[in-house]
Structures are given as structure tokens and as C-alpha cells.
Design a protein around this ligand. Sequence first.
Ligand code: ADP
Ligand code: MG
Length: 355
Amino acid sequence: MQSTPAARNRTWLFCATAIALQLSACGRTSPETSQQLAAFGTIITLRYYQTPDADAAQASRELERYFRSVENDWYPWGNGELQRVNAAIAAGETIAVSPPLAELLQRSAELEQRSGGAFNPALGALTELWGFNDLLREDWRPPAAVDIAALLQHELSSRQLHWTGNTLTSDEPRIVLDPGGISKGAILAASAVILRELDIDSAIVDIGGDLLVTGSAGGHAARIGIREPDGGKAVAWLEARPGEAIVTSGNYERFFEYAGTRYTHVLDPRTGYPVVDSASVTVVHHDPVLADAAATALLVAGQRDFDELCAALGIDLALLITVSGDTRLTNGMRHRVHWQTEHDTGQSAGHDVPQ
Ligand code: ADP
Ligand code: MG
């Protein structure tokens, strides 16, 4: 999860638009309303179905307040809490971590274990070496192999962390914690709680294509498109069931290009290099955090370890598309997915495909 200065500037424009929409919408119940705002370096779309417009406006305000409260604190390269946690690790100091961030980091450590290390939230130093913490940089080139190898000499793993309650110590000062591979999932999970507390049961929270469907999307199942790597069109779609999160990790949104080769922001902890063979992985699960970690881990693991890793993580619904266009699906996904025909309307990943 990255938050660029450009994205932050856009935030206020979107907020102003959202507030204007809210002011003009009081007293009605629209079949469908939607609002957008920029956060976490992407666009968030909030959709409400058969919800009083005033309730939708209140929900959007509360959700946005929540997004702003974690946006900086969960970003390793900002100036919030996670930056201070990483500074303490680098200095060999013990630090007390707030309950929400401690929960995020402890969950990410558990998922590192369950994924056999394919998902690794302690790789921030490798992300920095590759420069993915600053996608706006110019004249980018890949780091030297010798520097990658030198970094991998150290055990960059959550196993080096020790928690006493919410107090953290690390045995390895080179660890830079980066829970970016699950933070959108955690934000979706928290959004579901906020919506439930407000009695809103028919909404979609869409964080740049990673989304959660709380209810029936206005009496009919929401059709969610799965984007073709590179094409921007939906190659497939599925009907989301209430409470499901649909999360995609891909090689096509954040990357550098050098000498005709694409270097994507998801790194293989075994090699220290960006994922090469996988183009995208979509995971559907009721736990958005698990779905998010699994999508990243399966992208790393690729075709060969797909079945084994799905089983280890308890994932029944997953689809992997490789850079050469091959697909791997779980049995459950085979029953849920509909391949897009030429006659269907193509839509972006993670966005509704019109019925
Ligand atoms: P996105 O953030 O684009 O939705 P992901 O959920 O796959 O995609 O998260 C990718 C982010 O996770 C990267 O930007 C980086 O911060 C971090 N990351 C990179 N490689 C790994 C990995 N192997 N395991 C866990 N996190 C990773
Ligand atoms: Mg992820």
C-alpha cells in the first residue's frame, strides 16, 4: 500500500466532491448511491443499495474518518506510527505499539507462518532496495545482485519479532515491517464492522479493486469482474455472496520498467527478486485479511505450489493467471467463475459488471 503525494493532493478534490454529493442527497432513499475518495494511493468507491441517502452519507463520513486514521500510521514510509516502530527496530529499542497496529502486525506474522514465508511482512528493506517505496522516482534501475544477496543473508522474518502484549522487540535491526500486503484486507474488515454498527447491510467497499460486499447489493448478487492482466477488461466475473471479500494481487498496477522488462512490486522472499511468472491472483473469502495475504502469497508461489498453498491457507476460491495466459483455479472457483464472452461488457477488475 503506497500513498503518493499526487494521490494525497487528489484526496481533497474527491472529498469535496463526496461532500457535495452528500449535501444534495438528504431525505431520499436511492436505489443505488456511490461516493469516491482517494486514500492509500488509490481510489476508494463506496456503493450503497436501497439505503437512505442520509445514512449513506453518514457511513461515508465514518468510513473516511477511519481511513484517514490508519492511512499514515500503517504506512512504513510515512511519518506515522509504523515509521516510528521501524525506527525503534532499527535502533534495537523496544516499543509499545497501539492495539490496531499490533493486531495488524501480529496477524501478518501468523500469515507469514501459514504461507510458508511466501507472504512476508518483514521485507520492507528489500522493497526499499528495489525502490518500490517511491514509485515516482526517475532513472530507476534494478539493484545489484550482490546487494540483494547481502540483504538476504539476514533473516528478514516476523520470527525475529518478540511480542509481550503489545510491546515489540526485534532481534534483527534490518527488519522494516511492511504490512502493505494485508492492510487493504484489514481496512475492508474494519469497514464491514463500521457498516454493521450503522445497520447498513447492502453496500460494497471497493479499495482500488479489492472489495467487500456486505449484503445482496440491492436484491441481486453483485457481479464482480476479474480483470485481464494488462488489458483492463474483465476476463471473467463472479457473483459475490453477502460478506465475501474479493481481493486481487497483480503485477500490473505498481511496477518499474527497465530495458524492456517489468519489475513488479510483489517480491519473492526466496530469491529477493520481483515475482516473474504470475500476472494476477484473485481470492474470494469471508475474511478479507486472509484473502489479501493469500492473493499476495499465491502470486509469489505461482502455478507449481498453487494447490498446496491454497490448502495450507484454507482457501477454496482462488484464480491464478500467469504472464503467459495460463490459469489455475481451485475446484470451488471453477464452480463460481464465469468466463467473459466477446459479447459481454468488459469492466475493470474488482468493479461491478452490469447485469
Ligand atoms: P496491492 O497492495 O497492490 O493490492 P498486494 O496485496 O499484493 O497488492 O500487496 C503488495 C504490497 O505488499 C507491496 O507493495 C509491498 O508493500 C508488500 N509486499 C511485497 N512483496 C511481498 C511479499 N512477498 N509478502 C508480503 N508483502 C509483500
Ligand atoms: Mg495482498
